[in-house]
Design a protein around this ligand. Structure first.
Ligand SMILES: [Zn+2]
Ligand SMILES: [Zn+2]
Length: 344
């Protein structure tokens, strides 16, 4: 399947409408003068080049090999499941610590999720530097503004804790059940997760489109749109109500359609945050969805990084509401055509 891309950057919309940036003086502070929130927000800082306007790149965005990403994900996601399974295998059943209390499992998976996320963000930063970012000749990536540093860090904490707890609760965590690696790391589970992601995208599409059309909901959602050129962790930046809907209700609704076990949830949520983070990275490459690409591409419904990057540039006027696919954007006519990545 061809992933050749051509650049039509000359057709880009006028960018004069970009608002002035909010101040981000915290990034200029020496390391030792930053407060704890600023240290945590600094995890999302890509290389300096990503925050400076670059010369216009005459070449079309290259097609990134999705199999490299699949390999990276298949190395980064399973270790906690393998550790959990090995623990149940090697610690004798007669030992008090053989099974994991829900509190212990929660702590283990929350910490694992945090470590996975940090490693993943650094992986994405590498490619932001390597390929450059979309629209970089007009405007580079946005720093998190001073006034939103604390909000971002708290959003990340709520996201990590809620998504981990949600996975254990919705998956029906049973301390007497060891993760079955043969089942959990299999094609069948990937198909289930693909279904879960599509169900999730349907509910997200409905909610997200409403946010752009209903004035009250736009007030809720507009904080997420304070950046037109986001970075990976800014995908989590949201107001209180939006957080409740996105972090709790949308995955809950998807889980009612495609129920997942606790351990399947671990894989699904790692993939979900990876797609959300890459979607907010602006990496200047044709970088398709790691699970759904081949299935959706024949129908023009596949998602790549540029799609949500354009959503941020368009602001309230919206388009490209899906964050996992373009199925519902295609069906309901809300696709914004790509500017730099145009598939032949
Ligand atoms: Zn939006
Ligand atoms: Zn976004």
């Amino acid at each position: 399947m061809s992933t050749t891309v051509t650049s039509t950057q000359s057709e880009i919309r006028p960018s004069a409408a970009y608002k002035l940036r909010a101040t981000a003086k915290w990034v200029e502070k020496p390391f030792w003068k930053r407060n704890p929130f600023e240290h945590l927000a600094a995890i999302d800082l890509a290389s300096k080049k990503c925050y400076e306007v670059q010369p216009k790149n005459p070449n079309a965005p290259p097609a990134h090999n999705v199999w490299w990403e699949r390999l990276w994900l298949s190395l980064a996601i399973p270790p906690p499941l393998i550790f959990h399974a090995l623990w149940y295998y090697f610690v004798p059943e007669t030992n008090y610590y053989h099974t994991w209390h829900p509190g212990a499992a929660y702590a283990f998976y929350a910490i694992s999720f945090l470590i996975y996320t940090i490693v993943m963000v650094k992986h994405i930063h590498y490619y932001m530097d390597y390929y450059g970012t979309f629209d970089e000749d007009k405007r580079p990536r946005d720093y998190v503004p001073d006034m939103l540093v604390t909000r971002l860090v708290l959003s990340v904490v709520v996201y990590m804790l809620a998504r981990t707890g949600g996975g254990l609760l919705l998956g029906g965590y049973n301390r007497n059940e060891s993760p079955s690696l043969g089942h959990t790391i299999s094609w069948f589970v990937l198909i289930k997760i693909a279904g879960w992601l599509i169900a999730l995208d349907f509910f997200f599409y409905c909610y997200h489109r409403a946010c752009h059309m209903v004035p009250f909901l736009w007030k809720v959602h507009s904080l997420h749109h304070c950046t037109k050129h986001p970075t990976p962790i800014q995908s989590i930046l949201a107001g209180d109500i939006q957080e409740v809907i996105e972090v709790f209700l949308v995955p809950l609704a998807a889980s009612l359609v495609v129920p997942l076990t606790t351990h399947e949830f671990w894989i699904a949520q790692c993939i979900l945050i990876y797609i959300e983070a890459t979607g907010h990275s602006g990496i200047r490459a044709y970088w398709p969805h790691c699970i759904l690409n081949e299935v959706l591409q024949p129908f023009g419904m596949e998602l790549c990084i540029e799609d949500h990057d354009l959503h941020h540039r368009l602001g309230k006027s919206g388009m490209n509401y899906g964050k996992q696919t373009r199925i519902f954007d295609r069906i309901f006519g809300t696709i914004s055509e790509r500017v730099e990545c145009v598939q032949k």
